[in-house]
Design a binder for this molecule. Structure first.
Ligand SMILES: Cc1cc2nc3c(=O)[nH]c(=O)nc-3n(C[C@H](O)[C@H](O)[C@H](O)COP(=O)(O)OP(=O)(O)OC[C@H]3O[C@@H](n4cnc5c(N)ncnc54)[C@H](O)[C@@H]3O)c2cc1C
Length: 473
């Protein structure tokens, strides 16, 4: 008999959370801590969404999205998770750029970037200060029509080397381009510049297992392998429950951590919304996806320190189309040393490239396998210059593509970073359309990435708490 992954689940909860990405997990934890009964439903066999990991025989553990996040994670984890989780967050100090225009290593914070821009790129100190101050002051309520391209033109006209330094890591971090609103750039860039790039020591498995323990201690009912097929709405437009694995479970409020477009158009259904809202939802553009190549070195075999994050490119200037192309010319390498997982003797390398879903979606099985093999081979060729002898040192190599992300996270087109900016408005207005229905998860560029997702989970759980509290008294 098939196992019942909803065994002993109640028929009604105060809140149901669909999806265990960082936003879903954080909302679940906060709402359970506030005394609400919470059911968390995840279709995958593992929690974490994109913040996840996989194991391969030989004792290899690969992190999917643990490349770097801003310092704000420490405060958010301390406040909304545990001190222990916050204490495992450590800085990555070797951020490296290698491209036809420059070669440098930086701690990726304001002081070091100021030094580099003045000394290496010959920019006037007052221009650098003006740029940083402008970026720092940007917020959600600013002019949304000014693009990142216009922001750079204002401060660094004609300097595609400077644009590359300032933009390449952010494109990598959230898929944004020069045509996206400048405020999205300003907010994310300034978050990183405040103190640099951070990681979670112990690996994503350690983080998510600690989060799981904390949620269980707070009473969250956690269920994996539970695919929500439908969100149920009453005729007077209030959320009433879900259908999950063929069973109906009721709720007073619901937070969807699934992609915003699938939440509205697939899980609820457009007939339950205002026409104009449906049109707005349909017009939301998804963010791009990505490919990764995972390389494990033989146990105990390592490499000389070559940085933590390396932005490699063979292309001149900053060119998003080239970054997304299947004809790869830009790669970001994450080098993982044994300290990543204290007690381990393993060195791992993950190469990431932003990618277009359409380039991978329609390949036949043979073409798909051949393209993945080619990606692995060209990545090893490229890596040889940083890790000599990599082919002899490597013991396991495999690739993931936009199709992999679509399969595991159910994000439309495998979008790695949710949607473009307009998705945020649609996400925020969801409860105005259907009472008790909320969305928390990568959306609108600024609410994506580990920090964006956690913080959006915090914001939304506070709104859900307010919605539920009068009903409880
Ligand atoms: C390759 C890659 C590298 C990245 N690197 C970084 C990085 O270095 N730093 C950084 O800050 N960010 C990084 N990111 C982005 C970051 O991982 C994500 O923005 C963040 O983890 C997303 O969290 P989320 O809450 O939006 O949920 P997601 O991670 O998108 O999870 C959503 C969850 O909902 C579940 N779900 C969806 N539909 C259903 C359904 N119908 N029923 C049940 N469950 C459902 C999915 O299975 C999934 O678990 C990376 C992303 C990728 C893909």
């Amino acid at each position: 008999m098939a196992r019942d992954f909803l065994k002993d689940a109640r028929d009604h909860y105060d809140v149901i959370i669909i999806g265990s990405g960082l936003a879903g997990l954080t909302s679940a934890n906060i709402l359970a801590r506030a005394g609400h009964s919470v059911l968390l439903l995840e279709h995958h066999y593992q929690l974490g969404g994109m913040a996840t990991w996989f194991k391969r025989s030989g004792g290899h553990i690969f992190d999917i999205s643990l490349h770097g996040f801003p310092v704000g994670m420490i405060k958010s984890c301390r406040k909304y998770w545990t001190q222990e989780i916050a204490d495992s967050i450590v800085q990555l100090k070797g951020i490296r750029f290698e491209n036809p225009q420059f070669s440098l290593t930086t701690t990726f914070n304001r002081d070091d970037f100021t030094r580099l821009l003045i000394e290496k790129f010959d920019i006037a100190p007052e221009t650098v200060k003006g740029f940083f101050d402008t970026a720092r002051k940007m917020n959600f309520f600013d002019d949304q029509t000014k693009t990142t391209r216009e922001l750079f033109e204002e401060f660094f006209p004609g300097r595609d080397d400077v644009v590359r330094l300032l933009m390449e890591p952010i494109t990598y971090a959230n898929g944004s381009t020069l045509e996206d609103p400048a405020l999205t750039y300003g907010i994310v860039f300034s978050n990183f510049m405040s103190k640099g790039v951070f990681t979670f020591q112990g690996g994503t498995d350690h983080l998510v297992n600690q989060m799981k323990a904390e949620m269980q201690a707070n009473g969250v009912d956690l269920r994996i392998r539970c695919l929500v097929e439908k969100i149920e709405v009453s005729p007077d437009r209030k959320v009433t429950g879900v259908v999950v694995n063929g069973r109906r479970i009721g709720c007073s409020a619901l937070v969807s951590n699934a992609n915003i477009k699938s939440t509205i158009l697939k899980l609820v259904g457009e007939e339950h919304f205002d026409r104009s809202y449906v049109e707005e939802t349909k017009a939301v553009r998804l963010n791009n996806s990505s490919c990764q190549v995972y390389i494990a070195l033989k146990p105990g075999v390592g490499f000389e320190p070559c940085g933590d994050l390396l932005f490699h490119s063979e292309h001149r200037g900053f060119d998003v189309d080239a970054m997304l192309s299947r004809d790869v010319s830009s790669r970001t390498f994450s080098f993982y040393y044994p300290e990543t997982r204290p007690g381990s003797d393993r060195y791992m390398i993950v190469s990431s490239t932003n990618a277009n879903y359409k380039d991978w979606a329609d390949l036949s099985d043979e073409e798909y396998d051949a393209s993945k093999r080619d990606l692995c081979e060209t990545t090893l060729d490229c890596l040889e210059q940083y890790v000599p002898g990599i082919r002899d040192k490597a013991v396991h190599i495999e690739a993931s593509t936009p199709r992999t992300f679509e399969h595991y996270t159910r994000h439309l087109q495998g979008a790695s970073f949710g949607t473009k900016f307009e998705g945020l408005k649609v996400s925020k207005e969801l409860p105005e359309q259907i009472g008790g229905l909320y969305h928390a998860g990568s959306v609108g560029i600024i609410m994506s990435g580990w920090l964006g997702a956690v913080n959006y989970g915090v914001i939304i759980s506070n709104e859900v708490d307010k919605y539920l509290t009068p009903a409880m008294t």
